[in-house]
Design a binder for this molecule. Structure first.
Ligand code: OGA
Ligand code: ZN
Ligand code: ZN
Length: 476
Protein backbone atom coordinates (compact mmCIF):
# COMPACT_ATOMS: atom_id res chain seq x y z
CA UNK A 1 0.00 0.00 0.00
CA UNK A 2 1.58 3.19 -1.05
CA UNK A 3 -0.78 5.76 0.32
CA UNK A 4 -4.05 7.18 -0.73
CA UNK A 5 -4.37 9.01 -3.99
CA UNK A 6 -8.01 9.87 -4.42
CA UNK A 7 -9.39 10.92 -7.76
CA UNK A 8 -6.56 9.73 -9.96
CA UNK A 9 -8.03 9.04 -13.32
CA UNK A 10 -7.07 5.65 -14.66
CA UNK A 11 -6.28 6.98 -18.11
CA UNK A 12 -3.66 9.32 -16.68
CA UNK A 13 -1.35 6.42 -15.94
CA UNK A 14 -2.38 4.06 -18.67
CA UNK A 15 0.61 2.71 -20.51
CA UNK A 16 2.81 5.67 -19.72
CA UNK A 17 5.84 3.49 -19.46
CA UNK A 18 7.29 1.26 -22.16
CA UNK A 19 7.53 -2.46 -21.66
CA UNK A 20 10.61 -3.42 -19.75
CA UNK A 21 10.77 -7.10 -20.37
CA UNK A 22 13.09 -10.03 -20.64
CA UNK A 23 15.57 -8.80 -18.10
CA UNK A 24 14.67 -11.18 -15.36
CA UNK A 25 16.71 -14.31 -15.18
CA UNK A 26 17.95 -16.88 -12.76
CA UNK A 27 14.80 -18.22 -11.13
CA UNK A 28 15.76 -21.64 -9.95
CA UNK A 29 13.87 -24.07 -7.80
CA UNK A 30 15.29 -24.55 -4.34
CA UNK A 31 14.09 -28.09 -3.75
CA UNK A 32 16.78 -30.00 -1.91
CA UNK A 33 19.30 -27.34 -2.81
CA UNK A 34 19.29 -25.73 0.59
CA UNK A 35 20.54 -22.19 0.88
CA UNK A 36 23.11 -23.33 3.35
CA UNK A 37 25.04 -25.10 0.66
CA UNK A 38 25.05 -22.05 -1.60
CA UNK A 39 27.94 -19.66 -1.87
CA UNK A 40 27.71 -15.92 -2.16
CA UNK A 41 27.90 -14.80 -5.77
CA UNK A 42 30.49 -12.21 -4.94
CA UNK A 43 31.93 -11.19 -1.65
CA UNK A 44 31.54 -7.40 -2.08
CA UNK A 45 27.80 -8.00 -1.85
CA UNK A 46 28.16 -9.22 1.69
CA UNK A 47 27.47 -6.73 4.45
CA UNK A 48 30.96 -5.94 5.69
CA UNK A 49 30.44 -6.26 9.36
CA UNK A 50 32.12 -8.18 12.12
CA UNK A 51 28.79 -9.23 13.54
CA UNK A 52 28.11 -11.37 10.50
CA UNK A 53 31.36 -13.25 10.62
CA UNK A 54 30.56 -16.27 12.74
CA UNK A 55 28.19 -18.98 11.67
CA UNK A 56 25.56 -19.87 9.13
CA UNK A 57 22.12 -18.53 10.00
CA UNK A 58 21.07 -21.71 11.68
CA UNK A 59 23.48 -24.44 12.50
CA UNK A 60 21.93 -27.86 12.74
CA UNK A 61 24.69 -29.01 15.06
CA UNK A 62 23.74 -29.68 18.64
CA UNK A 63 26.05 -27.87 20.97
CA UNK A 64 24.60 -28.68 24.35
CA UNK A 65 26.06 -31.91 25.53
CA UNK A 66 25.48 -32.10 29.24
CA UNK A 67 22.44 -34.03 30.39
CA UNK A 68 21.11 -31.00 32.25
CA UNK A 69 21.11 -28.74 29.25
CA UNK A 70 18.64 -30.89 27.35
CA UNK A 71 16.18 -29.59 29.92
CA UNK A 72 14.32 -26.56 28.52
CA UNK A 73 15.08 -24.69 31.74
CA UNK A 74 18.64 -24.51 30.48
CA UNK A 75 17.82 -23.96 26.80
CA UNK A 76 20.47 -22.13 24.82
CA UNK A 77 20.06 -18.38 24.54
CA UNK A 78 17.73 -16.79 22.01
CA UNK A 79 17.59 -19.28 19.17
CA UNK A 80 16.54 -22.73 20.28
CA UNK A 81 18.66 -25.29 18.53
CA UNK A 82 21.17 -22.75 17.35
CA UNK A 83 24.77 -23.50 18.00
CA UNK A 84 26.41 -21.00 20.28
CA UNK A 85 29.76 -19.50 19.63
CA UNK A 86 30.92 -20.83 23.00
CA UNK A 87 30.79 -24.33 21.64
CA UNK A 88 33.12 -23.44 18.83
CA UNK A 89 35.53 -21.69 21.17
CA UNK A 90 36.16 -24.59 23.48
CA UNK A 91 34.01 -23.31 26.31
CA UNK A 92 32.15 -26.60 26.48
CA UNK A 93 35.10 -28.27 28.14
CA UNK A 94 34.67 -29.23 31.77
CA UNK A 95 35.21 -26.59 34.43
CA UNK A 96 38.72 -26.66 35.81
CA UNK A 97 38.35 -24.07 38.55
CA UNK A 98 35.76 -21.86 40.24
CA UNK A 99 36.94 -18.91 42.31
CA UNK A 100 35.14 -16.26 44.32
CA UNK A 101 36.10 -12.63 43.95
CA UNK A 102 34.17 -11.20 46.89
CA UNK A 103 35.63 -7.71 46.43
CA UNK A 104 34.37 -7.60 42.85
CA UNK A 105 31.24 -9.55 43.85
CA UNK A 106 31.80 -11.98 41.04
CA UNK A 107 32.59 -15.60 40.35
CA UNK A 108 35.51 -16.47 38.10
CA UNK A 109 35.22 -19.70 36.15
CA UNK A 110 38.00 -21.39 34.26
CA UNK A 111 37.48 -24.10 31.67
CA UNK A 112 39.92 -26.89 30.94
CA UNK A 113 40.35 -25.43 27.45
CA UNK A 114 42.08 -22.49 29.14
CA UNK A 115 39.36 -19.86 28.92
CA UNK A 116 38.04 -18.04 31.95
CA UNK A 117 35.02 -15.78 32.43
CA UNK A 118 33.56 -13.72 35.23
CA UNK A 119 29.92 -13.83 36.30
CA UNK A 120 28.66 -11.16 38.74
CA UNK A 121 26.90 -12.57 41.82
CA UNK A 122 23.78 -10.50 41.28
CA UNK A 123 23.39 -11.82 37.72
CA UNK A 124 23.83 -15.42 38.87
CA UNK A 125 21.23 -14.98 41.59
CA UNK A 126 18.78 -13.23 39.23
CA UNK A 127 19.12 -16.15 36.82
CA UNK A 128 18.91 -18.99 39.29
CA UNK A 129 16.98 -21.80 37.58
CA UNK A 130 15.83 -23.64 40.70
CA UNK A 131 12.09 -24.30 40.79
CA UNK A 132 11.56 -21.57 43.41
CA UNK A 133 13.17 -18.97 41.17
CA UNK A 134 12.11 -20.17 37.72
CA UNK A 135 8.96 -21.99 36.67
CA UNK A 136 10.14 -25.20 35.01
CA UNK A 137 7.05 -25.56 32.79
CA UNK A 138 6.08 -21.97 32.05
CA UNK A 139 9.80 -21.21 31.58
CA UNK A 140 9.39 -17.89 33.32
CA UNK A 141 11.29 -16.11 36.08
CA UNK A 142 9.33 -16.21 39.35
CA UNK A 143 11.50 -13.75 41.28
CA UNK A 144 11.03 -10.01 40.96
CA UNK A 145 13.58 -7.30 40.36
CA UNK A 146 12.24 -5.21 43.22
CA UNK A 147 13.04 -8.05 45.66
CA UNK A 148 16.51 -8.69 44.31
CA UNK A 149 19.39 -8.19 46.74
CA UNK A 150 21.89 -6.53 44.40
CA UNK A 151 24.59 -6.95 47.07
CA UNK A 152 23.95 -10.67 47.45
CA UNK A 153 26.98 -12.64 48.67
CA UNK A 154 28.20 -16.17 48.16
CA UNK A 155 29.25 -18.58 50.92
CA UNK A 156 30.92 -21.08 48.60
CA UNK A 157 30.97 -22.22 44.99
CA UNK A 158 32.25 -25.42 43.47
CA UNK A 159 32.23 -27.51 40.37
CA UNK A 160 30.17 -30.69 40.34
CA UNK A 161 32.14 -33.96 40.56
CA UNK A 162 31.96 -34.37 36.76
CA UNK A 163 32.93 -30.75 36.23
CA UNK A 164 29.81 -30.11 34.09
CA UNK A 165 28.05 -27.87 36.57
CA UNK A 166 28.78 -25.06 38.99
CA UNK A 167 27.05 -25.23 42.36
CA UNK A 168 26.66 -22.03 44.39
CA UNK A 169 25.76 -21.86 48.10
CA UNK A 170 24.53 -18.36 48.87
CA UNK A 171 25.00 -16.66 52.24
CA UNK A 172 21.23 -16.60 52.79
CA UNK A 173 21.03 -20.41 52.48
CA UNK A 174 19.77 -20.53 48.89
CA UNK A 175 21.46 -22.91 46.43
CA UNK A 176 21.84 -22.60 42.65
CA UNK A 177 23.25 -24.99 40.07
CA UNK A 178 24.28 -23.96 36.54
CA UNK A 179 25.56 -26.10 33.65
CA UNK A 180 28.96 -24.77 32.65
CA UNK A 181 28.17 -24.68 28.91
CA UNK A 182 24.99 -22.73 29.64
CA UNK A 183 27.07 -20.18 31.53
CA UNK A 184 29.55 -20.12 28.66
CA UNK A 185 26.77 -19.23 26.23
CA UNK A 186 25.71 -16.32 28.45
CA UNK A 187 29.19 -14.98 29.13
CA UNK A 188 29.29 -11.21 29.08
CA UNK A 189 32.19 -10.61 26.80
CA UNK A 190 31.81 -11.64 23.18
CA UNK A 191 28.68 -13.76 23.64
CA UNK A 192 26.90 -14.91 20.51
CA UNK A 193 24.04 -12.72 19.27
CA UNK A 194 20.81 -14.32 18.06
CA UNK A 195 21.65 -15.55 14.59
CA UNK A 196 18.21 -14.94 13.14
CA UNK A 197 18.07 -11.40 14.46
CA UNK A 198 21.64 -10.82 13.31
CA UNK A 199 21.98 -12.72 10.06
CA UNK A 200 24.75 -12.76 7.55
CA UNK A 201 22.91 -10.89 4.81
CA UNK A 202 23.48 -11.59 1.14
CA UNK A 203 23.13 -8.36 -0.78
CA UNK A 204 21.90 -8.39 -4.37
CA UNK A 205 21.31 -6.44 -7.53
CA UNK A 206 19.67 -6.98 -10.93
CA UNK A 207 21.61 -10.21 -11.43
CA UNK A 208 20.33 -11.83 -8.25
CA UNK A 209 20.14 -15.60 -8.20
CA UNK A 210 16.49 -15.31 -7.17
CA UNK A 211 15.32 -18.40 -5.34
CA UNK A 212 11.93 -19.94 -5.93
CA UNK A 213 9.88 -22.35 -3.87
CA UNK A 214 6.87 -24.48 -4.77
CA UNK A 215 3.59 -23.44 -3.12
CA UNK A 216 2.54 -27.08 -2.68
CA UNK A 217 5.84 -27.98 -1.01
CA UNK A 218 5.67 -25.04 1.36
CA UNK A 219 2.29 -26.27 2.57
CA UNK A 220 3.54 -29.82 3.14
CA UNK A 221 7.26 -29.81 3.79
CA UNK A 222 8.89 -28.22 6.84
CA UNK A 223 12.36 -28.22 5.28
CA UNK A 224 11.06 -26.20 2.31
CA UNK A 225 9.21 -23.86 4.68
CA UNK A 226 12.37 -23.36 6.71
CA UNK A 227 14.47 -22.65 3.61
CA UNK A 228 11.95 -20.13 2.26
CA UNK A 229 11.82 -18.22 5.55
CA UNK A 230 15.61 -18.33 5.89
CA UNK A 231 15.90 -16.88 2.38
CA UNK A 232 13.61 -14.03 3.44
CA UNK A 233 15.99 -13.35 6.32
CA UNK A 234 19.20 -13.57 4.32
CA UNK A 235 18.41 -12.11 0.89
CA UNK A 236 15.02 -10.66 1.75
CA UNK A 237 13.28 -11.80 -1.42
CA UNK A 238 12.00 -15.08 -2.90
CA UNK A 239 9.34 -16.23 -5.35
CA UNK A 240 6.72 -18.87 -4.59
CA UNK A 241 5.59 -20.69 -7.75
CA UNK A 242 2.50 -22.59 -8.87
CA UNK A 243 0.01 -21.15 -6.42
CA UNK A 244 -3.66 -21.78 -7.32
CA UNK A 245 -4.99 -18.71 -9.15
CA UNK A 246 -7.69 -17.76 -6.72
CA UNK A 247 -8.11 -15.46 -3.75
CA UNK A 248 -7.35 -16.90 -0.30
CA UNK A 249 -3.98 -18.54 -0.94
CA UNK A 250 -2.09 -16.06 1.25
CA UNK A 251 -4.17 -17.20 4.22
CA UNK A 252 -3.03 -20.75 3.49
CA UNK A 253 0.63 -19.80 3.14
CA UNK A 254 0.52 -17.36 6.08
CA UNK A 255 -1.13 -20.07 8.17
CA UNK A 256 1.98 -22.21 7.72
CA UNK A 257 3.97 -19.48 9.41
CA UNK A 258 1.44 -18.29 12.01
CA UNK A 259 -1.00 -15.56 11.04
CA UNK A 260 -1.25 -12.65 8.62
CA UNK A 261 -0.67 -9.04 9.64
CA UNK A 262 -3.73 -6.95 8.91
CA UNK A 263 -3.97 -3.21 8.19
CA UNK A 264 -6.59 -0.64 7.21
CA UNK A 265 -6.91 -2.35 3.84
CA UNK A 266 -7.92 -5.63 5.47
CA UNK A 267 -6.16 -8.91 6.34
CA UNK A 268 -5.49 -9.24 2.62
CA UNK A 269 -6.06 -6.62 -0.06
CA UNK A 270 -6.93 -6.83 -3.74
CA UNK A 271 -4.59 -4.86 -6.01
CA UNK A 272 -6.62 -4.05 -9.11
CA UNK A 273 -7.29 -1.00 -11.14
CA UNK A 274 -10.36 0.38 -9.35
CA UNK A 275 -12.76 3.18 -10.29
CA UNK A 276 -12.50 4.99 -6.93
CA UNK A 277 -9.06 3.94 -5.73
CA UNK A 278 -8.47 4.21 -1.97
CA UNK A 279 -4.77 3.74 -2.70
CA UNK A 280 -2.35 4.59 -5.50
CA UNK A 281 -1.74 0.87 -5.92
CA UNK A 282 -5.38 0.49 -7.02
CA UNK A 283 -4.75 2.35 -10.29
CA UNK A 284 -3.04 1.15 -13.44
CA UNK A 285 -0.29 3.72 -12.99
CA UNK A 286 3.37 3.19 -12.20
CA UNK A 287 4.44 2.84 -8.59
CA UNK A 288 7.83 4.23 -7.64
CA UNK A 289 9.98 2.00 -5.45
CA UNK A 290 8.57 2.09 -1.95
CA UNK A 291 8.10 0.24 1.30
CA UNK A 292 4.50 -0.47 2.30
CA UNK A 293 2.63 1.21 5.16
CA UNK A 294 5.30 3.83 5.82
CA UNK A 295 2.57 5.73 7.70
CA UNK A 296 2.35 3.00 10.36
CA UNK A 297 4.58 3.17 13.42
CA UNK A 298 4.89 -0.60 13.17
CA UNK A 299 5.46 -1.26 9.49
CA UNK A 300 4.91 -4.80 8.26
CA UNK A 301 7.99 -6.99 8.13
CA UNK A 302 7.24 -9.13 5.11
CA UNK A 303 5.03 -8.53 2.12
CA UNK A 304 3.47 -11.15 -0.12
CA UNK A 305 1.95 -10.33 -3.53
CA UNK A 306 0.08 -13.16 -5.21
CA UNK A 307 -0.47 -12.80 -8.96
CA UNK A 308 -3.97 -14.13 -9.62
CA UNK A 309 -4.32 -12.51 -13.02
CA UNK A 310 -1.60 -10.83 -15.05
CA UNK A 311 -2.17 -8.07 -17.59
CA UNK A 312 -1.78 -9.54 -21.07
CA UNK A 313 -0.17 -6.34 -22.27
CA UNK A 314 2.99 -4.38 -21.91
CA UNK A 315 3.83 -3.16 -18.41
CA UNK A 316 2.72 -4.34 -15.02
CA UNK A 317 6.19 -5.63 -14.17
CA UNK A 318 7.32 -5.63 -10.60
CA UNK A 319 10.47 -3.73 -9.72
CA UNK A 320 12.70 -4.51 -6.76
CA UNK A 321 15.88 -3.06 -5.32
CA UNK A 322 17.95 -4.08 -2.30
CA UNK A 323 17.71 -1.06 -0.02
CA UNK A 324 20.48 -2.38 2.26
CA UNK A 325 22.95 -2.83 -0.58
CA UNK A 326 22.27 0.59 -2.05
CA UNK A 327 22.40 2.26 1.39
CA UNK A 328 25.88 0.80 1.87
CA UNK A 329 26.87 2.06 -1.58
CA UNK A 330 25.57 5.52 -0.63
CA UNK A 331 27.52 5.46 2.62
CA UNK A 332 30.65 4.87 0.60
CA UNK A 333 30.13 7.46 -2.14
CA UNK A 334 28.37 10.16 -0.09
CA UNK A 335 28.74 9.75 3.69
CA UNK A 336 26.99 13.05 4.37
CA UNK A 337 23.91 12.00 2.37
CA UNK A 338 23.93 8.71 4.29
CA UNK A 339 24.18 10.59 7.59
CA UNK A 340 21.23 12.82 6.68
CA UNK A 341 19.07 9.87 5.67
CA UNK A 342 19.84 8.04 8.90
CA UNK A 343 19.05 11.03 11.11
CA UNK A 344 16.32 13.10 9.47
CA UNK A 345 12.84 11.73 9.98
CA UNK A 346 10.32 12.02 7.20
CA UNK A 347 6.65 11.94 8.15
CA UNK A 348 4.01 9.87 6.35
CA UNK A 349 0.23 9.91 6.22
CA UNK A 350 -2.64 7.85 4.87
CA UNK A 351 -6.23 9.02 5.02
CA UNK A 352 -9.22 7.25 3.53
CA UNK A 353 -11.88 4.61 3.87
CA UNK A 354 -11.43 0.89 3.33
CA UNK A 355 -11.99 -2.54 4.92
CA UNK A 356 -12.47 -1.36 8.53
CA UNK A 357 -14.01 2.05 7.71
CA UNK A 358 -12.38 5.45 7.92
CA UNK A 359 -8.73 5.70 8.82
CA UNK A 360 -6.08 8.33 9.42
CA UNK A 361 -2.58 6.94 9.86
CA UNK A 362 0.43 9.11 10.64
CA UNK A 363 3.97 8.16 11.45
CA UNK A 364 7.59 9.18 11.09
CA UNK A 365 10.76 7.30 10.20
CA UNK A 366 14.28 7.99 8.99
CA UNK A 367 14.84 6.73 5.43
CA UNK A 368 17.64 4.48 6.63
CA UNK A 369 17.26 3.24 10.17
CA UNK A 370 20.32 2.01 12.05
CA UNK A 371 20.36 -0.39 14.96
CA UNK A 372 22.30 -0.09 18.21
CA UNK A 373 25.46 -1.30 16.44
CA UNK A 374 25.00 1.35 13.72
CA UNK A 375 24.20 -1.40 11.22
CA UNK A 376 21.45 -0.82 8.66
CA UNK A 377 18.24 -2.19 10.16
CA UNK A 378 15.44 -1.00 7.88
CA UNK A 379 14.45 1.29 5.04
CA UNK A 380 11.33 3.48 4.74
CA UNK A 381 10.49 5.17 1.46
CA UNK A 382 7.10 6.19 0.14
CA UNK A 383 6.75 9.11 -2.24
CA UNK A 384 2.97 8.70 -2.35
CA UNK A 385 2.47 9.07 1.37
CA UNK A 386 5.38 11.33 2.36
CA UNK A 387 3.94 14.27 4.29
CA UNK A 388 5.02 17.89 3.62
CA UNK A 389 6.13 18.15 7.26
CA UNK A 390 9.92 18.28 7.44
CA UNK A 391 11.27 19.20 10.85
CA UNK A 392 14.68 20.53 9.85
CA UNK A 393 16.00 24.11 9.68
CA UNK A 394 15.18 25.63 6.27
CA UNK A 395 18.84 25.66 5.23
CA UNK A 396 18.90 21.88 5.66
CA UNK A 397 15.94 21.25 3.36
CA UNK A 398 17.82 21.22 0.08
CA UNK A 399 20.60 18.91 1.34
CA UNK A 400 17.96 16.54 2.73
CA UNK A 401 16.11 16.42 -0.60
CA UNK A 402 19.40 15.99 -2.44
CA UNK A 403 20.27 13.01 -0.23
CA UNK A 404 16.85 11.38 -0.66
CA UNK A 405 16.82 11.92 -4.40
CA UNK A 406 20.36 10.58 -4.75
CA UNK A 407 19.51 7.40 -2.83
CA UNK A 408 16.33 6.89 -4.89
CA UNK A 409 18.28 7.38 -8.14
CA UNK A 410 20.86 4.83 -7.03
CA UNK A 411 18.09 2.35 -6.19
CA UNK A 412 16.94 2.33 -9.81
CA UNK A 413 20.36 2.20 -11.45
CA UNK A 414 20.33 -0.73 -13.93
CA UNK A 415 22.73 -2.86 -11.89
CA UNK A 416 20.52 -2.50 -8.82
CA UNK A 417 17.02 -2.78 -10.30
CA UNK A 418 15.45 -6.22 -10.59
CA UNK A 419 12.55 -6.31 -13.06
CA UNK A 420 10.24 -9.26 -12.85
CA UNK A 421 6.86 -9.62 -14.50
CA UNK A 422 5.03 -12.08 -12.30
CA UNK A 423 3.28 -15.04 -13.85
CA UNK A 424 -0.11 -16.25 -12.79
CA UNK A 425 0.52 -18.42 -9.75
CA UNK A 426 3.58 -16.51 -8.50
CA UNK A 427 3.76 -15.01 -5.05
CA UNK A 428 6.61 -12.59 -4.65
CA UNK A 429 7.62 -12.50 -1.00
CA UNK A 430 10.03 -9.94 0.35
CA UNK A 431 11.33 -8.08 3.37
CA UNK A 432 9.22 -4.92 3.30
CA UNK A 433 11.84 -3.09 5.36
CA UNK A 434 14.65 -3.87 2.94
CA UNK A 435 13.57 -4.86 -0.60
CA UNK A 436 11.90 -1.81 -2.06
CA UNK A 437 9.20 -2.64 -4.58
CA UNK A 438 7.29 -0.86 -7.32
CA UNK A 439 5.72 -1.56 -10.68
CA UNK A 440 5.54 -0.20 -14.17
CA UNK A 441 2.22 1.07 -15.52
CA UNK A 442 -0.07 -1.36 -17.31
CA UNK A 443 -3.13 -1.26 -19.50
CA UNK A 444 -6.46 -2.74 -18.56
CA UNK A 445 -8.62 -4.02 -21.41
CA UNK A 446 -11.96 -5.78 -21.52
CA UNK A 447 -10.15 -9.02 -22.27
CA UNK A 448 -7.42 -8.68 -19.69
CA UNK A 449 -7.18 -7.27 -16.19
CA UNK A 450 -4.49 -7.51 -13.56
CA UNK A 451 -5.22 -8.83 -10.12
CA UNK A 452 -2.82 -9.29 -7.22
CA UNK A 453 -3.80 -10.25 -3.71
CA UNK A 454 -1.47 -8.82 -1.11
CA UNK A 455 -0.84 -9.36 2.56
CA UNK A 456 1.83 -9.17 5.22
CA UNK A 457 3.60 -11.21 7.85
CA UNK A 458 5.49 -9.93 10.87
CA UNK A 459 9.13 -10.73 11.54
CA UNK A 460 8.28 -11.90 15.05
CA UNK A 461 6.19 -14.73 13.61
CA UNK A 462 8.70 -15.61 10.89
CA UNK A 463 11.66 -15.61 13.29
CA UNK A 464 9.77 -17.67 15.84
CA UNK A 465 8.74 -20.22 13.22
CA UNK A 466 12.31 -20.42 11.97
CA UNK A 467 13.67 -21.18 15.43
CA UNK A 468 11.02 -23.82 16.05
CA UNK A 469 11.55 -25.41 12.62
CA UNK A 470 15.32 -25.43 13.08
CA UNK A 471 15.00 -27.21 16.42
CA UNK A 472 12.54 -29.75 14.99
CA UNK A 473 14.57 -30.43 11.86
CA UNK A 474 17.68 -30.80 13.97
CA UNK A 475 16.09 -33.40 16.23
CA UNK A 476 14.96 -35.56 13.25
C1 OGA B 1 1.15 -2.43 -3.45
C2 OGA B 1 2.08 -2.57 -4.56
C3 OGA B 1 2.58 -3.57 -6.65
C4 OGA B 1 1.89 -4.04 -7.90
O1 OGA B 1 0.00 -2.84 -3.58
O2 OGA B 1 1.56 -1.90 -2.41
O3 OGA B 1 3.17 -2.15 -4.43
O4 OGA B 1 2.55 -4.74 -8.64
N1 OGA B 1 1.68 -3.21 -5.66
O5 OGA B 1 0.75 -3.70 -8.12
ZN1 ZN C 1 3.50 -1.65 -2.29
ZN1 ZN D 1 16.75 -20.31 43.08
Amino acid sequence: MTGRLVGIHLARFASSSPRIGGLFRGVSTAGSNSIFSKQLKSSPSEVPSSRYMNLPLISLTKSYSSAQTTNAVFAPPSSLGVQTEGASKGHCDAVSDVRLDDGGKQLIMSWEGGQSQTFPYVWLRDNCRCSKCFHPVALARLTMAHDLDVDVTVASADKSPEGDDVIIHWDDGHESQFPSDWLAAYRFVDSQRDQILNPKYKLWGADIDLQSFEFGELLEDDRALHDWLAELVIRGIAVVKNTPSEVGQLHRLGGRVAFLRSCNYGPTFQVKSKVDPSNAAYTSGPLALHTDLAYYIRQPGIQMLHCIEQAECTGGENLFSDGFKVALDLKEVDPEAFRLLTTVQFEFFDVGTDHYGKFHQYSRHPTIELDELKEIASITISDHSRDPMLRVPPDQVQPVYRALSKYCKMLVEPQNLLKYKMEKGDITTFNNRRALHGRSAFQVTKASGRHLEGSYLEWDEVNSRLRVLAAELQSK
